[in-house]
Design a protein around this ligand. Structure first.
Ligand SMILES: *Cc1c(COP(=O)(O)O)cnc(C)c1O
Length: 379
């Protein structure tokens, strides 16, 4: 037994975030206001998109993306089952049907071939995920979906700071959804963002998150004249608060260092694990760089110990590892769906686990974790 406790993830929050949140409270403006507007501009610039629309989570960002694309009942949307369940759930929010496609074993992401295999005449859109921060092949997927006349929604929940073809993953996307949950690199407690290049979509998204109003509450308050708003469509309250945005603005300044540090720790894991047969750690694809939001290992039979036993041994040694990414089609909520076979998804979700990786992880922690994995391999 070890007395160490090594968490799988810790958000990077400091005095600066506490101060920024306190400043927002003291300003008297705590709902969506000037800090949200600044956060949207700075985030969009950072990820290479034209416009950012801040919302309450990535889940609500995905919902609004589908509303803006006018997806609804009778439509099919292709999604990976190998993702956090919110990706598939968003499709059901608009009354459409999620159709699960398999993923590539190295990246955990959709490919042109896996999408094409489940495409039908009713397919109206594709949601592809940059899973655990590993970019999907944006050139290949944007091209193929463009050829098929299908909009591509990019679920970049985990991927702030990841790049593809030398650019941030948000650059060149039709529409991307981001998360600021503490399990991701940047956090605002809860929070999300939609990024788009089309200014008309940005304007509609701003309305959709705020009850369908034609003028924002912030603009109404700022006006010296009485403004009578109109409600143009039935919409939602998916707003982010200025307290959250104040924290987010500080977080943006940390992203480059966070990614560099995670990549250095991931490289050290790669070195330490190199001689262990049957363990395949996640790596950069040839066309891009991951932020290593999740550092996962795929366990092959030749390793000699199964995934659940490895997790139990790590827990006994004070290491809080996690099962790998979930598969939505195996959950009770999707028991009524019978997808085409998803062999890679099922293998990845059964045989992979996520190791601790965060800014406070020390080399001693890594050595301790790898020693457990080495002991299990040697048996
Ligand atoms: C975390 C996550 C979400 C949901 O993000 P929230 O901000 O918690 O709603 C959606 N998709 C993926 C791929 C995620 O990892």
């Amino acid at each position: 037994m070890s007395s160490t406790r090594i968490p799988v993830m810790i958000p990077r929050l400091g005095e600066e975030e506490a101060q920024a949140a306190a400043d927002a409270v003291r300003s008297g403006w705590v709902a969506q206001g000037p800090r949200v507007a600044r956060f949207e501009q700075e985030f969009a610039a950072l990820v290479g998109a034209g416009h950012g629309v801040a919302v309450s989570s990535c889940t609500t960002a995905l919902h609004l993306a589908l509303v803006v694309l006018e997806i609804g009942p009778g439509d099919e949307v292709i999604v990976p089952s190998f993702s956090f369940i919110a990706t598939a759930n968003a499709v059901r929010y608009v009354g459409a049907t999620p159709v699960f496609a398999d993923v590539d074993v190295r990246t955990g992401n959709l490919t042109v071939a896996t999408i094409d295999a489940v495409r039908t005449a009713r397919t109206r859109a594709v949601i592809a995920v940059h899973q655990g921060g590993v970019p999907f092949d944006v050139a290949a997927l944007r091209n193929a979906t463009g050829r098929w006349g299908l909009p591509l929604i990019e679920d970049a929940a985990c991927a702030a700071g990841s790049t593809a073809y030398g650019r941030p993953v948000g650059a060149g996307a039709t529409i991307s959804a981001w998360s600021f949950h503490p399990r991701k690199l940047l956090t605002t407690g809860e929070g999300g963002m939609v990024t788009v290049d089309d200014p008309e979509w940005a304007a509609r998204l701003r309305r959709l998150r705020e009850h369908g109003m034609n003028v924002s509450a912030a603009d109404r308050h700022a006006s010296s004249q009485p403004v009578i708003e109109a409600y143009l469509e039935t919409a939602f309250n998916y707003r982010m608060t200025d307290i959250q945005a104040a924290i987010g603005l500080v977080q943006l300044g940390r992203l480059a260092d966070l990614v560099a540090h995670r990549r250095a720790l991931a490289a050290r894991y790669h070195e330490l694990l190199a001689d262990l047969k049957g363990l395949a750690p996640v790596r950069d694809p040839e066309y891009g760089e991951t932020n290593f939001q999740s550092f996962w290992l795929l366990i092959d039979p030749e390793y000699g110990t199964g995934r659940d036993e490895v997790l139990a041994e790590l827990a006994a040694a004070g290491v809080s590892a996690r099962r790998g990414i979930m598969a939505a089609h195996l959950e009770p909520a999707y028991a009524d769906v019978s997808p085409a076979p998803l062999p890679v998804t099922e293998r990845l979700t059964r045989d992979s686990l996520i190791l601790p990786l965060h800014h406070a992880l020390t080399e001693d922690d890594q050595d301790h974790i790898v020693a457990v994995l080495r002991k299990l391999a040697a048996r």
